[in-house]
Write a protein that binds this ligand. Structure first.
Ligand code: GDP
Ligand code: MG
Length: 417
Protein backbone atom coordinates (compact mmCIF):
# COMPACT_ATOMS: atom_id res chain seq x y z
CA UNK A 1 0.00 0.00 0.00
CA UNK A 2 2.80 2.36 1.05
CA UNK A 3 4.76 1.60 -2.09
CA UNK A 4 1.84 2.18 -4.40
CA UNK A 5 1.17 5.50 -2.72
CA UNK A 6 4.73 6.72 -3.18
CA UNK A 7 4.78 5.45 -6.76
CA UNK A 8 1.63 7.45 -7.33
CA UNK A 9 3.14 10.50 -5.71
CA UNK A 10 6.23 10.40 -7.79
CA UNK A 11 4.20 10.03 -10.99
CA UNK A 12 2.19 13.04 -9.90
CA UNK A 13 5.36 14.95 -9.19
CA UNK A 14 6.88 14.01 -12.50
CA UNK A 15 3.80 15.29 -14.29
CA UNK A 16 3.88 18.53 -12.35
CA UNK A 17 7.57 18.91 -12.97
CA UNK A 18 7.23 18.39 -16.68
CA UNK A 19 4.29 20.76 -16.98
CA UNK A 20 6.21 23.34 -14.97
CA UNK A 21 9.12 22.96 -17.37
CA UNK A 22 6.70 23.43 -20.26
CA UNK A 23 5.56 26.66 -18.71
CA UNK A 24 9.08 27.94 -18.18
CA UNK A 25 9.99 27.12 -21.78
CA UNK A 26 7.01 29.00 -23.13
CA UNK A 27 7.83 32.49 -21.97
CA UNK A 28 10.74 34.54 -23.15
CA UNK A 29 13.34 35.35 -20.52
CA UNK A 30 12.73 39.11 -20.62
CA UNK A 31 9.01 38.60 -20.09
CA UNK A 32 9.08 36.24 -17.14
CA UNK A 33 7.32 37.51 -14.07
CA UNK A 34 9.07 35.21 -11.61
CA UNK A 35 12.79 35.23 -11.02
CA UNK A 36 15.16 32.48 -12.05
CA UNK A 37 15.88 31.91 -8.40
CA UNK A 38 12.20 31.29 -7.63
CA UNK A 39 11.86 29.03 -10.66
CA UNK A 40 14.77 26.94 -9.44
CA UNK A 41 13.36 26.65 -5.96
CA UNK A 42 9.97 25.51 -7.29
CA UNK A 43 11.71 22.98 -9.53
CA UNK A 44 13.82 21.63 -6.73
CA UNK A 45 10.79 21.17 -4.49
CA UNK A 46 8.94 19.31 -7.21
CA UNK A 47 11.89 17.07 -7.89
CA UNK A 48 12.03 16.21 -4.19
CA UNK A 49 8.31 15.43 -4.15
CA UNK A 50 7.59 18.43 -1.96
CA UNK A 51 4.29 19.40 -3.56
CA UNK A 52 3.14 21.41 -0.56
CA UNK A 53 6.35 23.44 -0.72
CA UNK A 54 5.88 24.23 -4.42
CA UNK A 55 2.29 25.17 -3.72
CA UNK A 56 3.21 27.62 -0.99
CA UNK A 57 5.85 29.35 -3.13
CA UNK A 58 3.36 29.82 -5.95
CA UNK A 59 0.65 31.05 -3.57
CA UNK A 60 3.13 33.58 -2.22
CA UNK A 61 3.95 34.85 -5.70
CA UNK A 62 0.29 35.27 -6.60
CA UNK A 63 -0.51 37.02 -3.35
CA UNK A 64 2.29 39.53 -3.66
CA UNK A 65 2.62 40.17 -7.36
CA UNK A 66 0.35 43.20 -7.41
CA UNK A 67 1.68 44.57 -4.15
CA UNK A 68 5.24 45.07 -5.37
CA UNK A 69 6.03 48.79 -5.35
CA UNK A 70 7.55 50.39 -8.43
CA UNK A 71 8.93 53.93 -8.34
CA UNK A 72 10.23 55.71 -11.38
CA UNK A 73 12.07 59.04 -11.24
CA UNK A 74 11.71 61.39 -14.19
CA UNK A 75 14.11 64.33 -14.06
CA UNK A 76 15.23 67.11 -16.39
CA UNK A 77 15.11 70.87 -16.87
CA UNK A 78 11.84 72.75 -16.75
CA UNK A 79 10.20 72.78 -20.16
CA UNK A 80 11.96 69.64 -21.36
CA UNK A 81 8.75 67.59 -21.43
CA UNK A 82 9.12 65.79 -18.10
CA UNK A 83 5.51 66.12 -16.99
CA UNK A 84 4.39 65.11 -20.48
CA UNK A 85 6.55 62.00 -20.26
CA UNK A 86 5.09 61.18 -16.84
CA UNK A 87 1.66 61.19 -18.49
CA UNK A 88 2.91 59.19 -21.47
CA UNK A 89 4.25 56.48 -19.17
CA UNK A 90 0.91 56.29 -17.41
CA UNK A 91 -1.02 56.19 -20.67
CA UNK A 92 -2.89 59.38 -19.78
CA UNK A 93 -3.90 62.19 -22.09
CA UNK A 94 -2.32 65.50 -21.02
CA UNK A 95 -5.74 66.95 -20.25
CA UNK A 96 -7.12 64.01 -18.27
CA UNK A 97 -8.15 64.47 -14.68
CA UNK A 98 -5.21 62.77 -12.97
CA UNK A 99 -2.65 63.95 -15.49
CA UNK A 100 0.50 65.80 -14.44
CA UNK A 101 0.02 69.49 -15.36
CA UNK A 102 1.92 70.26 -18.54
CA UNK A 103 3.53 73.62 -19.34
CA UNK A 104 3.88 74.65 -15.70
CA UNK A 105 7.25 76.01 -14.51
CA UNK A 106 8.72 74.55 -11.36
CA UNK A 107 9.92 76.80 -8.61
CA UNK A 108 10.72 74.33 -5.85
CA UNK A 109 12.95 71.36 -5.27
CA UNK A 110 9.95 69.23 -4.23
CA UNK A 111 9.28 66.02 -6.11
CA UNK A 112 5.69 65.26 -7.14
CA UNK A 113 4.34 61.70 -7.07
CA UNK A 114 1.91 60.54 -9.74
CA UNK A 115 0.29 57.25 -8.91
CA UNK A 116 -0.93 55.16 -11.80
CA UNK A 117 -4.74 55.43 -11.85
CA UNK A 118 -5.24 51.64 -12.11
CA UNK A 119 -2.10 50.43 -10.38
CA UNK A 120 -1.58 52.43 -7.19
CA UNK A 121 1.74 50.73 -6.44
CA UNK A 122 3.23 52.14 -9.62
CA UNK A 123 4.34 55.72 -8.97
CA UNK A 124 6.05 58.00 -11.45
CA UNK A 125 7.85 60.86 -9.71
CA UNK A 126 8.17 64.22 -11.43
CA UNK A 127 11.51 65.61 -10.17
CA UNK A 128 12.80 69.14 -10.60
CA UNK A 129 15.80 69.32 -12.95
CA UNK A 130 19.17 69.35 -11.27
CA UNK A 131 19.95 72.65 -13.02
CA UNK A 132 17.06 74.43 -11.30
CA UNK A 133 18.34 73.39 -7.88
CA UNK A 134 21.99 74.49 -7.92
CA UNK A 135 22.90 71.29 -6.08
CA UNK A 136 25.85 69.06 -6.84
CA UNK A 137 24.68 65.66 -8.21
CA UNK A 138 25.28 63.87 -4.90
CA UNK A 139 23.35 66.43 -2.85
CA UNK A 140 20.63 66.55 -5.46
CA UNK A 141 20.17 62.79 -5.34
CA UNK A 142 20.06 62.83 -1.59
CA UNK A 143 17.52 65.62 -1.59
CA UNK A 144 15.20 63.75 -4.00
CA UNK A 145 15.68 60.49 -2.03
CA UNK A 146 17.40 58.54 -4.80
CA UNK A 147 17.25 55.27 -2.86
CA UNK A 148 13.50 55.04 -3.34
CA UNK A 149 13.52 54.70 -7.13
CA UNK A 150 13.83 51.62 -9.25
CA UNK A 151 15.40 53.64 -12.06
CA UNK A 152 15.84 57.17 -13.40
CA UNK A 153 14.79 58.74 -16.67
CA UNK A 154 16.76 61.87 -17.58
CA UNK A 155 14.87 64.06 -20.01
CA UNK A 156 16.02 66.79 -22.37
CA UNK A 157 14.43 68.50 -25.34
CA UNK A 158 17.80 69.66 -26.68
CA UNK A 159 21.32 68.45 -26.04
CA UNK A 160 22.09 66.96 -22.64
CA UNK A 161 23.89 69.37 -20.33
CA UNK A 162 26.97 68.65 -18.25
CA UNK A 163 24.71 68.57 -15.21
CA UNK A 164 22.68 65.70 -16.68
CA UNK A 165 25.77 63.74 -17.58
CA UNK A 166 27.29 64.21 -14.12
CA UNK A 167 24.02 63.12 -12.61
CA UNK A 168 24.03 59.93 -14.69
CA UNK A 169 27.54 59.11 -13.49
CA UNK A 170 26.56 59.41 -9.85
CA UNK A 171 23.39 57.35 -10.44
CA UNK A 172 25.55 54.67 -12.00
CA UNK A 173 27.99 54.77 -9.11
CA UNK A 174 24.99 54.18 -6.86
CA UNK A 175 24.19 51.06 -8.89
CA UNK A 176 20.89 52.25 -10.25
CA UNK A 177 19.78 52.27 -13.88
CA UNK A 178 19.26 55.46 -15.85
CA UNK A 179 17.90 56.14 -19.31
CA UNK A 180 18.25 59.28 -21.42
CA UNK A 181 15.13 60.41 -23.22
CA UNK A 182 15.30 63.08 -25.88
CA UNK A 183 11.79 64.56 -26.25
CA UNK A 184 10.13 66.77 -28.87
CA UNK A 185 11.62 64.87 -31.81
CA UNK A 186 8.45 65.70 -33.78
CA UNK A 187 9.30 69.35 -33.28
CA UNK A 188 12.84 68.97 -34.67
CA UNK A 189 11.52 67.18 -37.72
CA UNK A 190 8.93 69.83 -38.37
CA UNK A 191 11.53 72.56 -38.00
CA UNK A 192 13.98 70.94 -40.37
CA UNK A 193 11.27 70.34 -42.89
CA UNK A 194 10.23 73.97 -42.83
CA UNK A 195 13.76 75.34 -42.95
CA UNK A 196 15.21 72.92 -45.49
CA UNK A 197 12.24 71.69 -47.54
CA UNK A 198 14.32 70.50 -50.49
CA UNK A 199 17.06 68.59 -48.66
CA UNK A 200 14.94 67.29 -45.76
CA UNK A 201 15.13 63.55 -45.15
CA UNK A 202 13.28 62.35 -42.06
CA UNK A 203 15.59 59.42 -41.22
CA UNK A 204 18.65 61.59 -41.60
CA UNK A 205 17.41 64.16 -39.09
CA UNK A 206 16.62 61.39 -36.60
CA UNK A 207 20.08 59.88 -37.01
CA UNK A 208 21.71 63.27 -36.54
CA UNK A 209 19.91 63.85 -33.24
CA UNK A 210 20.89 60.38 -32.09
CA UNK A 211 24.53 60.68 -33.13
CA UNK A 212 25.02 64.07 -31.54
CA UNK A 213 23.85 62.77 -28.18
CA UNK A 214 25.82 59.53 -28.48
CA UNK A 215 28.98 61.53 -29.11
CA UNK A 216 28.41 63.64 -26.01
CA UNK A 217 27.86 60.52 -23.93
CA UNK A 218 30.97 58.79 -25.25
CA UNK A 219 33.11 61.83 -24.65
CA UNK A 220 31.95 61.73 -21.04
CA UNK A 221 32.38 57.97 -20.68
CA UNK A 222 28.70 57.32 -20.23
CA UNK A 223 26.86 54.30 -21.54
CA UNK A 224 25.40 55.50 -24.85
CA UNK A 225 21.76 54.62 -24.35
CA UNK A 226 19.27 57.18 -25.62
CA UNK A 227 15.61 57.06 -26.65
CA UNK A 228 14.11 59.58 -29.04
CA UNK A 229 10.50 60.32 -28.13
CA UNK A 230 7.59 62.49 -29.11
CA UNK A 231 5.06 62.88 -26.36
CA UNK A 232 2.61 63.80 -29.09
CA UNK A 233 2.97 60.50 -30.90
CA UNK A 234 4.12 57.65 -28.68
CA UNK A 235 4.09 54.86 -31.22
CA UNK A 236 6.51 56.77 -33.45
CA UNK A 237 10.28 56.86 -32.70
CA UNK A 238 11.76 55.03 -29.67
CA UNK A 239 9.02 55.06 -27.03
CA UNK A 240 8.08 51.40 -27.74
CA UNK A 241 11.77 50.42 -27.46
CA UNK A 242 12.03 52.38 -24.24
CA UNK A 243 9.13 50.38 -22.76
CA UNK A 244 10.79 47.10 -23.83
CA UNK A 245 14.11 48.11 -22.35
CA UNK A 246 12.70 49.27 -19.02
CA UNK A 247 10.81 46.01 -18.62
CA UNK A 248 13.75 43.86 -19.65
CA UNK A 249 16.02 45.57 -17.10
CA UNK A 250 13.57 45.26 -14.19
CA UNK A 251 13.77 42.37 -11.74
CA UNK A 252 11.28 39.69 -12.92
CA UNK A 253 8.93 40.10 -9.96
CA UNK A 254 8.43 43.79 -10.76
CA UNK A 255 7.55 43.24 -14.40
CA UNK A 256 3.93 42.19 -14.17
CA UNK A 257 2.56 45.40 -12.66
CA UNK A 258 4.67 47.68 -14.80
CA UNK A 259 3.75 45.76 -17.98
CA UNK A 260 0.06 46.17 -17.21
CA UNK A 261 0.45 49.84 -16.33
CA UNK A 262 2.20 50.90 -19.55
CA UNK A 263 0.10 52.29 -22.43
CA UNK A 264 -1.11 49.84 -25.07
CA UNK A 265 0.09 51.82 -28.06
CA UNK A 266 1.38 49.00 -30.25
CA UNK A 267 0.48 45.38 -30.97
CA UNK A 268 3.69 44.37 -29.24
CA UNK A 269 2.64 46.19 -26.06
CA UNK A 270 -0.70 44.38 -26.17
CA UNK A 271 1.02 41.01 -26.65
CA UNK A 272 3.32 41.73 -23.74
CA UNK A 273 0.35 42.33 -21.47
CA UNK A 274 -1.20 39.09 -22.67
CA UNK A 275 2.03 37.17 -21.97
CA UNK A 276 2.15 38.58 -18.49
CA UNK A 277 -1.48 37.71 -17.72
CA UNK A 278 -1.06 34.25 -19.26
CA UNK A 279 1.64 33.59 -16.70
CA UNK A 280 -0.76 34.54 -13.92
CA UNK A 281 -3.43 32.19 -15.27
CA UNK A 282 -0.82 29.50 -15.54
CA UNK A 283 0.38 29.99 -11.98
CA UNK A 284 -3.20 29.98 -10.70
CA UNK A 285 -3.91 26.79 -12.60
CA UNK A 286 -0.75 25.27 -11.30
CA UNK A 287 -1.57 26.25 -7.76
CA UNK A 288 -5.04 24.72 -8.04
CA UNK A 289 -3.72 21.70 -9.89
CA UNK A 290 -0.95 20.97 -7.45
CA UNK A 291 -3.38 20.18 -4.68
CA UNK A 292 -6.11 18.56 -6.75
CA UNK A 293 -5.64 14.83 -6.61
CA UNK A 294 -8.16 14.12 -9.35
CA UNK A 295 -8.50 15.78 -12.69
CA UNK A 296 -11.68 17.80 -12.59
CA UNK A 297 -14.21 16.43 -15.00
CA UNK A 298 -17.78 17.12 -15.96
CA UNK A 299 -19.81 20.25 -15.90
CA UNK A 300 -18.80 23.78 -15.08
CA UNK A 301 -20.11 24.94 -11.72
CA UNK A 302 -21.95 28.15 -10.97
CA UNK A 303 -19.10 29.68 -8.99
CA UNK A 304 -16.77 28.87 -11.89
CA UNK A 305 -19.04 30.89 -14.15
CA UNK A 306 -18.84 33.80 -11.72
CA UNK A 307 -15.06 33.51 -11.55
CA UNK A 308 -14.86 33.45 -15.34
CA UNK A 309 -17.08 36.49 -15.69
CA UNK A 310 -14.91 38.34 -13.20
CA UNK A 311 -11.68 37.48 -14.99
CA UNK A 312 -13.15 38.39 -18.36
CA UNK A 313 -14.10 41.78 -16.97
CA UNK A 314 -10.64 42.26 -15.52
CA UNK A 315 -9.04 41.48 -18.89
CA UNK A 316 -11.38 43.90 -20.59
CA UNK A 317 -10.34 46.63 -18.16
CA UNK A 318 -6.63 45.87 -18.63
CA UNK A 319 -6.96 46.07 -22.40
CA UNK A 320 -9.43 48.95 -22.59
CA UNK A 321 -12.25 46.78 -23.92
CA UNK A 322 -14.67 47.22 -20.98
CA UNK A 323 -17.83 49.29 -21.34
CA UNK A 324 -16.42 52.47 -19.81
CA UNK A 325 -13.29 52.37 -22.01
CA UNK A 326 -15.38 51.69 -25.12
CA UNK A 327 -17.58 54.68 -24.30
CA UNK A 328 -14.62 56.99 -24.00
CA UNK A 329 -12.90 55.57 -27.08
CA UNK A 330 -16.12 56.05 -29.03
CA UNK A 331 -16.16 59.67 -27.96
CA UNK A 332 -12.51 60.20 -28.94
CA UNK A 333 -12.97 58.60 -32.33
CA UNK A 334 -16.43 60.10 -32.80
CA UNK A 335 -18.03 56.78 -33.61
CA UNK A 336 -21.00 55.15 -31.86
CA UNK A 337 -20.10 52.53 -29.25
CA UNK A 338 -22.27 50.04 -31.15
CA UNK A 339 -19.92 50.33 -34.09
CA UNK A 340 -16.92 49.52 -31.90
CA UNK A 341 -18.75 46.64 -30.27
CA UNK A 342 -19.72 45.20 -33.63
CA UNK A 343 -16.04 44.89 -34.54
CA UNK A 344 -15.03 42.90 -31.45
CA UNK A 345 -15.93 39.60 -29.80
CA UNK A 346 -15.40 39.67 -26.04
CA UNK A 347 -18.65 41.46 -25.09
CA UNK A 348 -20.56 38.48 -26.48
CA UNK A 349 -18.62 35.60 -24.91
CA UNK A 350 -21.41 34.83 -22.45
CA UNK A 351 -24.27 35.21 -24.91
CA UNK A 352 -26.11 31.94 -25.39
CA UNK A 353 -28.15 30.46 -28.21
CA UNK A 354 -31.81 29.72 -27.63
CA UNK A 355 -32.33 26.96 -25.02
CA UNK A 356 -28.62 26.87 -24.29
CA UNK A 357 -27.30 27.31 -20.75
CA UNK A 358 -24.12 29.24 -20.02
CA UNK A 359 -22.52 25.99 -18.91
CA UNK A 360 -23.26 24.44 -22.29
CA UNK A 361 -21.91 27.46 -24.08
CA UNK A 362 -18.65 27.25 -22.14
CA UNK A 363 -18.34 23.53 -22.83
CA UNK A 364 -18.75 24.34 -26.49
CA UNK A 365 -15.66 26.62 -26.30
CA UNK A 366 -13.76 23.82 -24.61
CA UNK A 367 -14.63 21.38 -27.39
CA UNK A 368 -13.31 23.79 -29.98
CA UNK A 369 -10.21 24.51 -27.91
CA UNK A 370 -9.34 20.90 -27.27
CA UNK A 371 -9.49 20.16 -30.99
CA UNK A 372 -6.54 22.46 -31.61
CA UNK A 373 -3.11 22.23 -30.01
CA UNK A 374 -3.41 24.77 -27.28
CA UNK A 375 -0.88 26.35 -24.91
CA UNK A 376 1.52 24.59 -22.55
CA UNK A 377 -1.43 23.84 -20.30
CA UNK A 378 -2.49 21.01 -22.54
CA UNK A 379 0.38 19.10 -20.99
CA UNK A 380 -0.85 19.46 -17.41
CA UNK A 381 -2.71 16.50 -16.00
CA UNK A 382 -4.35 18.43 -13.18
CA UNK A 383 -5.30 21.28 -15.24
CA UNK A 384 -8.87 22.46 -14.98
CA UNK A 385 -11.38 23.60 -17.52
CA UNK A 386 -11.84 27.00 -15.99
CA UNK A 387 -8.26 27.89 -16.80
CA UNK A 388 -8.57 26.83 -20.41
CA UNK A 389 -11.53 29.17 -20.66
CA UNK A 390 -9.56 31.98 -19.03
CA UNK A 391 -6.91 31.56 -21.72
CA UNK A 392 -9.56 31.66 -24.37
CA UNK A 393 -11.06 34.83 -22.91
CA UNK A 394 -7.66 36.45 -22.59
CA UNK A 395 -6.90 35.68 -26.24
CA UNK A 396 -10.28 37.04 -27.33
CA UNK A 397 -9.77 40.29 -25.41
CA UNK A 398 -6.22 40.58 -26.81
CA UNK A 399 -7.47 40.39 -30.39
CA UNK A 400 -10.26 42.84 -29.57
CA UNK A 401 -7.65 45.28 -28.26
CA UNK A 402 -5.73 44.96 -31.52
CA UNK A 403 -8.86 45.60 -33.57
CA UNK A 404 -9.51 48.76 -31.54
CA UNK A 405 -5.88 49.85 -31.86
CA UNK A 406 -6.13 49.59 -35.66
CA UNK A 407 -9.35 51.57 -35.60
CA UNK A 408 -7.89 54.42 -33.58
CA UNK A 409 -4.70 54.35 -35.61
CA UNK A 410 -6.50 54.69 -38.94
CA UNK A 411 -8.75 57.34 -37.46
CA UNK A 412 -5.70 59.34 -36.25
CA UNK A 413 -4.09 58.97 -39.65
CA UNK A 414 -7.20 60.42 -41.24
CA UNK A 415 -7.43 63.38 -38.87
CA UNK A 416 -3.72 64.25 -39.05
CA UNK A 417 -3.77 64.52 -42.84
P1 GDP B 1 8.32 70.03 -17.98
O1 GDP B 1 8.43 71.45 -17.59
O2 GDP B 1 9.65 69.41 -18.19
O3 GDP B 1 7.43 69.26 -17.08
O4 GDP B 1 7.68 70.02 -19.45
P2 GDP B 1 6.15 69.86 -19.86
O5 GDP B 1 5.80 68.41 -19.94
O6 GDP B 1 5.30 70.71 -19.03
O7 GDP B 1 6.22 70.37 -21.37
C1 GDP B 1 6.62 71.68 -21.69
C2 GDP B 1 6.00 72.04 -23.04
O8 GDP B 1 6.51 71.22 -24.07
C3 GDP B 1 4.49 71.86 -23.07
O9 GDP B 1 3.94 72.89 -23.82
C4 GDP B 1 4.31 70.53 -23.79
O10 GDP B 1 3.09 70.48 -24.48
C5 GDP B 1 5.48 70.53 -24.75
N1 GDP B 1 5.96 69.18 -25.06
C6 GDP B 1 6.34 68.23 -24.19
N2 GDP B 1 6.78 67.14 -24.84
C7 GDP B 1 6.66 67.38 -26.15
C8 GDP B 1 6.97 66.63 -27.36
O11 GDP B 1 7.45 65.50 -27.32
N3 GDP B 1 6.72 67.25 -28.56
C9 GDP B 1 6.22 68.51 -28.62
N4 GDP B 1 6.00 69.03 -29.83
N5 GDP B 1 5.92 69.24 -27.53
C10 GDP B 1 6.14 68.69 -26.31
MG1 MG C 1 6.52 69.89 -15.28
Amino acid sequence: MGTSFSAELSKECQDLESSFKEYIKNFREERKIISQETILSIKSRLSRGDIQGAHSIISGILENIDKVPLNVAVTGESGSGKSSLVNSLRGLGHEEEDAAPVGVEETTIERTPYKHPNFPNVTIWDLPGIGTTNFQPKDYLEKVKFGEYDFFIIVSATRFKKNDLDLAKVIKAMKKNFYFVRTKVDFDLQNEQEFKPTTYVREKVIEEIRNKSLKEFQENNIEPQIFLVSNKDLSAFDFPILMDTLLKDLPAQKRHMFTLSLPKITEAAIDRKRDSLQQIVWLEAFKAGVLATFPVVGIIKDNDVEKLKASLHQYQVHFGVDDASLQSLGKDLRVPVEELKAAIKSPYLFDTEQDQTIGEKLLEYLEILSSVAFTPLAAGLYFMKVFYLQFHFLDTVTSDAKVLLKKSYSRNQLTSQ
